[in-house]
Design a protein. Structure first.
Length: 450
């Protein structure tokens, strides 16, 4: 016999199906299961997630959540039919028996009361607007780095997190890697004396993106929805699905694409927040093409605590630093510590190695991420924060500070000036032109609001 709760649930599902049926084929659903059939609700049960943006990193996250105990992927959301297929396949590879729904417009899933969280891995210009919409709908959020396209969006996202009281974790997963945590602890506990300088780097050998030509939008791609909050631009053939990173209109350059991870480690180890002063030099040197952000960037952050962080990004010259293509190093009065992959090495002041901690898994230059074994703890931390109230390893209030540092580096680069900053808020002091880059313009009707 059906009780009242069962009857209510059936009515809710019918109402959701009615809403979905009005959407149309262009932003509809694909797959075998009906919306709302995934078990959710109690914080002691399985968390149900939808993954937004599954061409690359999002597919890895879909696979990760499918593998994660007490988690289930209910929806794969992407504006491209081919990316939806990638996400669906990733869930199957993760071993999940129940097939998720494929959805073009992620907003259509936010009405599902059984959905606990939205996982966001869409292009950067979507991160904060999508997260805020999800929070308004009562969903928790896992948002890939960077958590925003510009500093003002980060401020709004933090405000929304506090207003709606949901769990928001950023995808700077090294905050959960066991040996990275151990290495940072050593720095904080004085293993290299008083740490005063940290260096972050990333080196790759990316090729030219050429000069894009106006072209028809590929079949299966909803380019209007892909642009979303960004003011409209015509489609070109060298933009989607990865090269948007190098255009200011949608992307944020290498310093936020990869630098966020390692500048975050530097800030964590030195125990600093917003800098007093930021400078940045570099340019697009390797090729003459449509790429707008710097392929070579040297950024320096000076803090009132008498500490400095530097970033070296080389997108088109992969010569390693300290023997690694990516990493962070700390330098103090008694020695240095270099973090590489999920491991680290500690040296005395003369460069003699005193300690080496490693795992077989090392960083790889793979845009989809390091794989489930290294992602698992960060995803589990997000799950447990929802289910049990466990403290987040990267709450958005803290993760956003690291993102703002990277954004300040870009603003310093774009203005060609040294920036003086408010150490409490990160906001730029005495430079109205630079502060114009604190936010952005939006397509009318798409402005994010808390």
């Amino acid at each position: 016999m059906m009780d009242n709760n069962d009857m209510d649930n059936k009515i809710e599902r019918r109402e959701f199906l009615k809403k979905i049926s009005t959407i149309g084929v262009g932003v509809g659903l694909v797959g075998a299961n009906a919306p709302g059939v995934f078990a959710g609700g109690s914080p002691n049960e399985t968390i149900v997630v939808g993954v937004m943006g599954t061409n690359s990193r999002g597919a890895a996250l879909a696979r990760g959540f499918a593998q994660l105990p007490e988690a289930e992927v209910a929806y794969i959301c992407d504006v491209d039919d081919q990316a939806i297929k990638k996400g669906m396949e990733a869930v199957r590879e993760g071993g999940q028996k129940r097939e998720p729904r494929g959805v073009k417009d992620f907003r259509r899933i936010l009405d599902d009361k059984n959905l606990d969280a939205l996982v966001i891995a869409a292009p950067d210009h979507w991160h904060a607007p999508a997260a805020i919409l999800a929070l308004k709908a009562g969903k928790h959020v896992y948002v890939e780095k960077p958590c925003s396209h510009n500093p003002r969006e980060g401020e709004l996202l933090v405000e929304a997190t506090q207003k709606y009281g949901k769990v928001v974790q950023m995808g700077n997963q090294r905050r959960s890697w066991s040996n990275v945590v151990r290495g940072i602890r050593e720095v904080k506990e004085g293993a290299i004396g008083e740490a005063y300088f940290a260096r972050a780097w990333y080196a790759n050998t990316r090729g030219s993106i050429g000069h894009g030509k106006k072209a028809p939008v590929p079949s299966g791609l909803d380019y209007e929805l892909w642009q979303g909050p960004a003011p409209r631009r015509e489609y070109k053939d060298n933009l989607i699905h990865y090269n948007w990173h190098w255009f200011w209109h949608w992307g944020t350059g290498e310093i936020l694409n990869n630098g966020t991870h390692f500048i975050d480690l530097c800030r964590w180890g030195l125990e600093v927040d917003y800098p007093e002063q930021v400078s940045s030099n570099g340019g697009r040197y390797a090729y003459q093409d449509d790429w707008e952000t710097p392929d070579t960037q040297i950024t320096s952050y000076d803090f009132r605590e008498g500490k400095t962080i530097s970033w070296e990004g080389r997108s088109c010259n992969g010569q390693p630093i300290e023997g690694h293509s990516v990493g962070a190093s700390f330098h103090g009065t008694e020695g240095s510590l270099v973090i590489h992959g999920n491991g680290y090495s500690r040296f005395d002041k003369n460069g003699n190695e005193l300690e080496k901690v490693t795992l077989d898994s090392e960083d790889a230059l793979d845009t989809s991420g390091p794989g489930f074994d290294l992602d698992a703890d960060h995803l589990a931390n997000f799950r447990d924060a929802i289910r049990k109230g466990t403290t987040l390893n990267s709450p958005i209030e803290d993760g956003n500070i690291s993102v703002v540092l990277c954004q300040l580096g870009n603003i310093a680069h774009r203005t060609g000036r040294v920036l003086n900053c408010d150490v409490e808020t990160g906001r730029i002091l005495g430079d109205k032109e630079a502060m114009k880059l604190w936010g952005r313009e939006y397509e009318p009707g798409w402005e994010p609001t808390v």
